[in-house]
Design a protein around this ligand. Structure first.
Ligand SMILES: [Zn+2]
Ligand SMILES: [Zn+2]
Length: 239
């Protein structure tokens, strides 16, 4: 906490959401505490060994079937298996509780909710030419739970728990543009540095641009450097 260590990101891959601990989920609604001391929650912890959001999702997923069949005395295959395998005496109550636990999570942390990854294509399959990189436009943090932690975060900035919409994503990856970007700088690293950026879509394409890096952007002074130039080039290219 001293170094501002916390979980941050625009959105996370479902695999990461599922790895999160359900009983001590930092993002859950505080009312989750009222759910944790009950017969069903005790059973979930001691018999079902339910520890993660993923465990809860899997158990709750059986629920729709159970509701149709009825109660804790239900004799469907799922309930029978829970009685035999984990010695659960009230499978319906436990599934319902798992669902209630998940319901305390904001959308961004709920693997059942629609997530940006549902609209993101895997760019690894796109054909790549030499010296060309596909721009990773994915919003979702991928990997595992340790990739979610960020250090030196700003304590005054409260992370949002809203899920960004990615439905504007192109439906056909082949329509993606190929664009070359470059930034360069004369006297890089010195007071006399002058930086510029270039964006190239193709021969005599009207979208081609060459830009001199301005001294300021709004009230922010722009450092004349290679990095600023490279960044500006990618920004302009994506617009
Ligand atoms: Zn059943
Ligand atoms: Zn149970």
């Amino acid at each position: 906490r001293k170094y501002g260590l916390r979980m941050e990101g625009i959105s996370f891959e479902r695999a990461i959401l599922r790895e999160m601990p359900i009983w001590h989920h930092a993002q859950a609604d505080p009312k989750i505490r009222r759910l944790t001391n009950s017969r069903a929650s005790k059973c979930l912890q001691t018999k079902h060994n339910l520890t993660t959001v993923g465990d809860a999702e899997d158990l709750a997923a059986v629920l729709p079937v159970v509701i149709i069949r009825g109660s804790d005395y239900c004799e469907c295959q799922d309930c029978t298996e829970l009685r035999q395998d984990v010695k659960c005496e009230h499978p319906h109550s436990c599934m319902l509780r798992a669902q209630e636990l998940l319901d305390t999570l904001p959308e961004k942390w709920d693997p059942r909710a629609e997530q940006p990854e549902d609209h993101e294509y895997d760019l690894d399959n796109l054909q790549k030419e030499r010296d060309e990189e596909n721009f990773n436009y994915h919003l979702s943090t991928t990997g595992n739970i340790s990739d979610v932690f960020r250090i030196f975060t700003d304590p005054n900035h409260k992370p949002v728990n809203k899920v960004p919409t990615r439905k504007v994503a192109t439906t056909n990856p082949r329509e993606l543009s190929v664009v070359a970007t470059d930034g360069s700088c004369i006297d890089n690293g010195q007071d006399t540095a002058i930086a510029g950026a270039g964006v190239f879509f193709g021969m005599s394409d009207p979208k081609n641009q060459s830009i001199k890096i301005p001294k300021t952007s709004g009230s922010t002074a722009l450092i004349q450097s290679n990095q600023t130039a490279e960044l500006l080039a990618t920004k302009v290219a994506s617009e």
